[in-house]
Write a protein that binds this ligand. Sequence first.
Ligand code: FES
Length: 118
Amino acid sequence: MVAERPSGLRAHDLELFAAGFEWIAAVSLAAGAAAVGYLAYKKFLSKDKCCKAMVNLHIQKDNPKVVHAFDMEDLGDKAVYCRCWRSKKFPLCDGSHTQHNDETGDNVGPLIIKRKEA
Ligand code: FES
């Protein structure tokens, strides 16, 4: 004979209820731990480059590194170099930074090298 509680639940029913509750708690804990692990992986370990912003969108994309070198003697009195990577005359500035700044809210501008006036 199975003992019956005043609420009408038998001890076996309570054990089943407790086991179900423990199972739900375990699944919730595992799901939470998996979510935290996934977010930590994405933040610190993932090599996924799809979501990182690129500075260079179209200049010499077939080169592993875009490098320009000039001799100081060849610069003349003034040289204006692009730092926004949007110039059609890269590495020289063509004023494209103005449109880039208007569209993005950025504040980039050129590097200007000029000879000191004597
Ligand atoms: S066009 Fe790039 S800084 Fe002017």
